[in-house]
Ligand binder design. Structure first.
Ligand code: CP
Length: 320
């Protein structure tokens, strides 16, 4: 049973296929509005979420399917000590596909290894967030018209930022990508991500603490939140939390076609005044995330043989 835990579980051809499907959904929503009639998504979120959970749920409704969910981890039998493995064995009896978020790295993989239906990782601790990256890829494609030859500045909490790790893994596969990694020394991208995604593949990158200096050379500035919930020490969080604040004044350092992205939620790392700048794309990412989650669920359900009557199947290839 195929599950998606890491963005690396999808080939570059499959990423292109998902983008093509999402674009088709955007162009022809009625074609897809009953494709999942009778199917159920279960959302298991052991950690807070607005976008990921609700976009998965909206995505399944827009495909004609249904959603079952636990109101919160605290109100589920996880509070009585039930393991993730047992939970997904149970949910496999009720649903056709699972989207899971968990504060522990590796929990989504445990879920996938124990479920008898496809599992999609909606974020596991500081590890991976593959469907945020799908949202990011569609946004980049729609805004820049391509996924190759881009210089991407990633700024903020690059140590704990699971969206950053997945984005680097995905974009490092495209020809001509260059990264500028902008963070405080304490929040640099972990060595294992740098080594696997950049050094091993020969992808050019630089590291800096200076956002203003980096901005003029960027095609994309990907801002991230300093994540209070990942810090072991509140004092350290308070010291680093305002390391980077993107203001309308700072945007004057950027090129006219540099886009600003952010996985959201934001705290104060992008001033609200930047929202009116046509280069701000973070609310577009939210909408694109729903379309990519629709495309991903269709792919996994088709591969699991649950969409046979629709004519979709797992081996379909679509070129951009
Ligand atoms: N981007 C993202 O994962 O948002 P949520 O935490 O609200 O799901």
């Amino acid at each position: 049973m195929r599950s998606i835990i890491d963005i690396l579980d999808l080939s570059t051809e499959e990423l292109d296929e998902l983008i093509a499907t999402a674009l088709d959904i955007i162009g022809h929503p009625r074609k897809y509005s009953h494709i999942c009639d009778g199917l159920k998504l279960a959302t298991l979120f052991f950690e807070p979420s607005t976008r990921t959970r609700m976009s998965f749920e909206a995505a399944m409704y827009e495909l004609g399917g249904h959603v079952i969910s636990m109101a919160s981890a605290a109100s589920s039998s996880a509070a009585k000590g039930e393991s993730v493995a047992d939970t997904v064995k149970v949910i496999s009896c009720y649903a056709d596909i699972i989207a899971i978020r968990h504060p522990k790295e590796g929990a989504a993989l445990v879920a996938a290894n124990n479920a008898s239906i496809p599992v999609i990782n909606g974020g596991d601790g500081g590890h991976c967030h593959p469907t945020q990256t799908l949202a990011d890829l569609l946004t980049i494609y729609r805004e820049k018209g391509r996924l190759d030859g881009l210089t991407i500045g990633v700024c903020g909490d690059l140590k704990f930022g699971r969206t950053v790790h997945s984005l680097i893994n995905a974009m490092s596969r495209y020809e001509g990508t260059r990264f500028v990694l902008i963070s405080p020394e304490e929040l640099r991208v972990p060595d294992y991500v740098i080594n696997e995604a950049l050094v091993r593949k020969g992808v050019p990158y630089s590291e800096t603490t200076d956002l203003d200096k980096a901005m003029p050379e960027l095609d994309i500035l990907y801002m991230t939140r300093i994540q209070r919930e990942r810090f072991f020490n509140e004092e350290e969080y308070l010291r680093l939390k305002d390391s980077y604040i993107l203001t309308a004044d700072r945007m004057k350092n950027a090129g006219d076609d540099m886009i600003v992205m952010h996985p959201l939620p934001r705290v104060n790392e992008i001033s609200v005044a930047v929202d009116d700048d046509p280069r701000a794309c973070y609310f577009k990412q939210v909408l694109n995330g729903k379309y990519m989650r629709m495309a991903l669920m269709l792919k996994l359900l088709a591969e699991a043989g649950k969409l046979e009557s629709t004519g979709l199947n797992g081996s379909r290839t679509v070129t951009l």
